[in-house]
Design a protein around this ligand. Sequence first.
Ligand code: SF4
Length: 347
Amino acid sequence: MIYINTNSKNGYFHKQLEALGRKFQFVNDEKDFVENSNIKKTIYITKASQKDIHPCPGTKYYRCCNYHVFDLVSGCPFDCTYCVLQALIKNPYIKVYENLEDLSNNLELLNCKGRYRVSTGEMSDSLALDNLLKISNYIIPKVNKLDNILFEFKTKSGCINNLLYLNPKNIIISWSLNPDDVIQREEHKTASLNKRLEAAKICSEYGYKIALHFDPLIFCDNFEEEYKLLIKKVIDDLKESSVLYISLSTLRFLPEITDMIRLGFTNTKLLSSNFICSLDGKLRYFKPLRSYMLEYIYKCIREYWKNVFIYFCMEDAILWKKIIGIDPGCRFKFENYFMGGNKCIHF
Ligand code: SF4
């Protein structure tokens, strides 16, 4: 069910839902529906007093790329075993903020300050609700007018219908990728690998820049075979020139969700590995295994694609140097790699 707070009446999302003929109900407060709400199925549209773009929290122990985020949606209809939102979101519904004007103003301000990469994909999947709310149709025309903003929609969906015919400029659509076996076991309700790659291909044909996130890499008995096949499929389906960058990172999750994983997902194989509590408080694979996995994937991709920029998300400088031969440095230096500083990527 969809609930709209009266503070958002006649707002962008209300109008989208009306145009689609979708049912919704106006409420004055979350108390009016919360007893019957469902964390994956109930959508609550409301306006916060103020929302701002903020840098990804990062941590001083791992290299951070200075990504910026705007939390327009808090909650996700997908159901990934390892999802950090299980610990972070306390509301039993998906909250959508009618703060689009804040987003637009923040983007204009950032655009005057310098070059920034911004996304909506931290507290949700950027496109999971796009067929319903058309968030992309609000954001893309705005970003098209800004020279310094590179806007990324991060997704595990195939929801790209609203993206066509928007003449994107600095817009990236990115997909998180895993072997189909892992998708079926650990990324419930998301699109299959084929659907994700098909969507990526179509988006690149419609002028979008594509990014790929091999994140989280999940260790399993046949890790090498499964991921080699995945990479081969990516190489066969997409052109290197259509991919702006690729990130790699191994599984990490908050210790608080260990029991939720165990009790909520009976088929999961996540907990069959050993983990260490790392410097940022998250559970990760032991460093030698992380190093092995990252190096394996890095080399597999490089065997085919020699030029695309590949980076590690939240990894330490030692692994960077060992595998790629560079230390990207602090968040501002690291970001330079995305801005063509080392001739890796150009807007
Ligand atoms: S798609 Fe992302 S936000 Fe949604 S459940 Fe999966 S990990 Fe969480």
